[in-house]
Design a protein around this ligand. Structure first.
Ligand code: COI
Length: 361
């Protein structure tokens, strides 16, 4: 791969972040960008000022959705070091989504280099308060201008950076979830396991209906029997029974979440009984009725851990752990954030340090 081109803008003033960052509202000064053509592969890697994309109205991804993305985070540790959480795992997942969407794969080592360069250039934008971070959004889209349905031949990859706070306005407070028994998110053999815009578009209508009824998000059931739990909103789900913590196994319809994987590793390390298996909504209800349901939580990069305080399925209303986060969700949240902020040992080698880059800004 060629060397990265740098087109850096003069920084005329110190970066000032607002008190309340929200999620995905503000963006740093620069992006990383590169292009793909079948004859030359990925080329023209450039770090350049953020600007609007010049785009033909027939750009294929707008019409047929051939696009993929990732979401990961960079942090400033207590010691002022800049670190990124599990970037390699995220770029490997980007390639997995790429294969399914007929998009050319990227060189993971090169992407790690490009990302660390970009994050180093933008390190002043990394917030330092606990709960805040620099959200990293790599994405790839089919860029040909053509209106026939086929895979694009040209692609663009961009990495966009956004300083963020909590994903849900509730923060770590437990959310209210409606079990969705009418619409489905993904079906076996489909693209549910890919991080691709279509999956999020497919979720909007049900999420909006739930919101109008006073719920934060929906819990998705499998599309065939509408019996097994799959994901909660845009997150993976974990159910804590009396003697077991269970999460739906990856069967093609569920996103292989990086936080899901981190939680499984940590729980195993703590010697807990964590299983990946099918969990039916009936099993959840019957555990609740017996008093054996100790907690439910979602996991994802954006919110990390999001406890479920209330769950409704048809006429069953369940209040979980009195609407309070259970102690395990709190412990997991604390463990993951402590690793991210450099306060706990990085036992699993999840942290990539962003050292000095080729260019100084
Ligand atoms: C996550 O990181 O949990 C998500 O999937 C949300 C993201 C699409 C904003």
């Amino acid at each position: 791969m060629e060397k990265i081109n740098y087109q850096l803008k003069e920084r005329s003033r110190k970066v000032e972040l607002p008190e309340n960052l929200g999620f995905g509202l503000i963006f740093t000064d620069h992006i990383f960008e590169m292009d793909y053509l079948p004859e030359i592969g990925w080329h023209n890697p450039t770090i350049k000022p953020l600007e609007n994309l010049p785009m033909h109205p027939a750009s294929m991804f707008i019409h047929y959705g051939q696009a993929i993305f990732e979401g990961l985070k960079a942090f400033k540790t207590e010691k002022g070091e800049v670190v990124i959480f599990r970037p390699e795992k995220h770029f490997k997942r980007l390639n997995r989504s790429a294969r399914r969407l007929c998009i050319p794969e990227v060189d993971v080592d090169f992407m790690l280099q490009a990302l660390t360069e970009l994050v180093n250039i933008e390190k002043e934008w990394i917030p330092i308060k606990k709960g805040e971070s620099l959200y990293i959004r790599p994405f790839v889209y089919g860029s040909d201008s053509f209106l026939g349905v086929k895979q694009s031949s040209g692609y663009k990859l961009i990495i966009l950076l956004s300083p963020v706070g909590a994903y849900y306005p509730e923060g770590f407070k437990p959310v209210k979830i409606l079990v969705q028994d009418k619409y489905v998110r993904a079906v076996r053999g489909g693209i549910g396991e890919c991080k691709t815009p279509a999956n999020y578009a497919a979720s909007l209508f049900a999420a909006d209906e739930a919101r109008k009824l006073g719920y934060t998000q929906v819990l998705w059931l499998d599309a065939i029997e509408q019996k097994y739990i799959e994901e909660v909103g845009t997150m993976n789900i974990f159910v804590r029974f009396k003697d077991e913590i269970a999460t739906p196994k990856l069967s093609g319809t569920i996103l292989p979440g990086v936080t899901r994987d981190s939680v499984i590793h940590i729980l195993k390390d703590w010697g807990m009984n964590i299983t990946e298996r099918n969990v039916s909504i009936d099993e959840v209800i019957s555990a609740y009725e017996k008093g054996d349901l100790l907690g439910i939580f979602g996991t994802g990069t954006a919110a990390i851990i999001s406890p479920v305080g209330w769950l409704r399925y048809k006429d069953n209303e369940m209040t979980i752990n009195n609407g309070q986060p259970d102690d395990l969700s709190l412990k997991l949240f604390d463990k993951i954030t402590s690793i991210q902020y450099g306060l706990a040992e990085d036992k699993f080698n999840w942290i990539t340090h962003v050292s000095k880059s080729e260019v100084e800004v």
